[in-house]
Write a protein that binds this ligand. Structure first.
Ligand SMILES: Nc1ncnc2c1ncn2[C@@H]1O[C@H](COP(=O)(O)OP(=O)(O)OP(=O)(O)O)[C@@H](O)[C@H]1O
Ligand SMILES: CC(C)(CO)[C@@H](O)C(=O)[O-]
Ligand code: BAL
Length: 282
């Protein structure tokens, strides 16, 4: 396993692999790796000849400078964790490698980014679109792997791939959870013991909302039940809990159509740390 810091070096590797007819899997990450990331890497290794894992805390997708500053950066232990997973190259560029000049291009993902993360983190998906496009050009993957924990991100990247005709397969992988149900996330390591103790209630709230829907409640009622239930935990400051169409992300207010898959998404603050999670219904 090799660690590359230069975009030119990565491009030279990918050019050679392409010439040799080897398939390339890309796993984009921001580091502080955990089992959620490692499953993406293992799957990429099982399905491709070579695997590039990018580790880059992308400044253009942070709408909150404190969040950017405090984002965990743990390259050495990340490299240790990646040993034995089948990663061929870790691409860990400095900001100047990815942005030799500030990007002026602006992406607008339309209705997909008017809701939830797009609405609450203005500019976030523009930054994701820019950095993911750059990574696709540099790594030239046949397959790119993303986690369903960031459901809306998967929808946005699907749109990006379609609109810009990226010749690759987008593969979304299930959310990996701690034993108590908390979705694994790099930001979990910033939780205080008190916040960590209450954090599994987020997934519980989503499950409760899903159960209400399955029992026949309308999306609006189910959403309200989940939201009300969370109110008993003063440590949790809910930003949103939405019931949406799983593909379009449009809020689902009318009675559930049986053929429609729904996604229940939430974002919440716990002692200064913002977490997101989602579950699928149908
Ligand atoms: N628990 C998880 N299960 C499955 N995929 C995950 C999980 N956590 C992260 N991923 C995926 O790993 C990729 C890189 O994510 P990222 O580096 O932002 O990690 P993260 O843990 O989601 O960090 P944070 O929650 O702090 O944003 C993304 O495609 C993301 O969806
Ligand atoms: C896809 C990504 C690596 C782009 O910076 C990031 O949004 C993430 O970690 O999910
Ligand atoms: N996992 C999404 C990256 C972010 O929170 O910016």
């Amino acid at each position: 396993m090799e660690i590359l810091e230069s975009a030119a070096a990565l491009q030279t590797r990918t050019e050679t692999w392409r010439q040799q007819g080897r398939s390339i899997g890309l796993v984009p990450t921001m580091g502080a790796l955990h089992e959620g990331h490692l499953q993406l890497v293992r799957r990429a290794a099982a399905e491709n000849d070579v695997v590039v894992v990018s580790i880059f805390v992308n400044p253009t997708q942070f709408n909150n400078s404190e969040d950017f500053k405090l984002y965990p950066r743990t390259l050495e232990s990340d490299a240790e964790l990646l040993r034995g997973t089948g990663a061929t190259v870790i691409f860990a560029p400095a900001v100047e490698q990815m942005y030799p000049q500030p990007a002026v291009l602006r992406f607008d993902f339309g209705p997909l980014e008017r809701v939830m993360e797009g609405a609450k983190r203005p500019g976030h998906f523009n930054g994701v679109g820019i950095v993911v496009s750059k990574l696709f050009h540099m790594a030239r993957p046949h397959r790119a792997y993303f986690g369903q924990k960031d459901w809306q991100q998967v929808a946005v990247v699907r749109q990006l791939v379609a609109d810009l005709s990226f010749d690759l397969e987008l593969i979304s992988c299930p959310t990996i959870r701690e034993e108590d149900g908390l979705a694994m996330s790099s930001r979990n390591r910033r939780l205080s013991p008190e916040a960590r103790a209450v954090a599994p209630r987020l997934h519980e709230a989503l499950q409760l909302t899903a159960e209400a829907l399955r029992a026949g409640a309308s999306p609006g009622d189910a959403q309200q039940q989940g939201t009300e239930w969370l109110r008993q935990f003063p440590e949790i400051e809910l930003e949103y809990l939405e019931v949406a169409d799983a593909r379009t992300l449009e809020p689902a207010w009318a009675g559930p159509a049986p053929e429609r898959q729904l996604v229940l998404c939430l974002a919440a603050w716990l002692g200064g740390v913002r977490l997101i999670d989602n579950v699928l219904v149908g």
